[in-house]
Design a protein around this ligand. Structure first.
Ligand code: FES
Length: 266
């Protein structure tokens, strides 16, 4: 983990409510893995107190790219930072996805909402393999990164809650529909998004015996493993999904990526 003073290269609105920020952060860029995140101090003053965790969207040379939705005071403050300013950034943090790009014939990436952001970095690393990307969004206005995935050569399908683009319904339903015509044998799933979506993906993958890695979104305080504010229950016997023999793991430290068969959902 590095603590860097990272210069803002740009900080631009990519669509209503969503921003992309590019930072010069060589030490972080050099070692970052898909699924890891950084913790950003969004202002120079004391307020807001806590750093904001943002997943790594892409890495290019000594630059890191992050996507964020403006939802509260922290991200609103971040959206006002300008090119040339410096931000204090800690990272890369957490564990990333395990990459088995040659092991599987098909990689299915399932993205819900802002969970789309880290899956672009993952798709870059999997570009030599065959990928199917399923993007879930509330409406057509909220679809993120569609073109980026297409440029990387993956097949892309869309699900929107209101049916304004693609499949009408949750992206987990779209996944179930796709799985009707796919041989599970050499298939693996990677997913990132809200808890309810990941819980459903977990159920779908376990029922069909498909290996799946899930990147959890969690409220974080310290973001570096010190406060235990982000713990989840993880089974010690994943092959039986035993609920008796479990331990607590920190989303920010041992996660945010966990195997689907490890997590005991609350
Ligand atoms: Fe403090 Fe994870 S946020 S331990």
């Amino acid at each position: 983990m590095f603590k860097a003073s990272a210069e803002v290269i740009y900080n631009k609105r990519i669509k209503k409510g969503y921003f992309e920020i590019a930072l010069s952060a060589q030490a972080i860029a050099k070692t970052a893995l898909p699924g890891q995140f950084v913790n950003i101090k969004v202002s120079e003053g004391i307020e807001p107190l806590l750093r904001r965790p943002l997943s790594l969207h892409r890495v290019e040379g000594n630059k890191i790219f992050l996507l964020y939705e403006v939802l509260g005071k922290g991200t609103e403050t971040l959206s006002r930072r300008k090119a040339g300013e410096d931000l204090s950034v800690l990272g890369p943090l957490g564990s990333g996805f395990s990459l088995h790009s040659t092991h599987y014939a098909l990689h299915i990436l399932v993205a819900g909402g802002m969970g789309t952001a880290p899956l672009v970095f993952l798709a870059e690393k999997l570009a030599k393999g065959k990928t199917l990307v399923l993007i879930g969004a509330k409406t057509r206005e909220d679809i993120l990164c569609e073109e980026e995935f297409r440029k990387l050569g993956g097949e892309v399908k869309i699900a929107t809650d209101d049916g304004s683009r693609g499949f009408k319904g949750h992206v987990s339903e779209l996944l179930k529909q796709e799985l009707l015509t796919i041989d599970y044998g050499l298939l693996t799933i990677y997913a990132c998004g809200p808890k309810l979506l990941l819980k459903e993906i977990s159920r779908i993958s376990l029922e069909r015996n498909i290996p799946a890695q899930l990147s959890l979104e969690s409220h974080m305080a310290c973001g570096i493993g010190a406060c235990m504010g982000c713990v989840i229950k993880v089974t010690r016997a994943p092959e039986h999904q035993s609920t008796r023999d479990f331990e607590y793991k920190r989303v920010c430290k041992e996660g945010p990526v966990f195997e689907a068969n490890q997590i005991l959902w609350e």
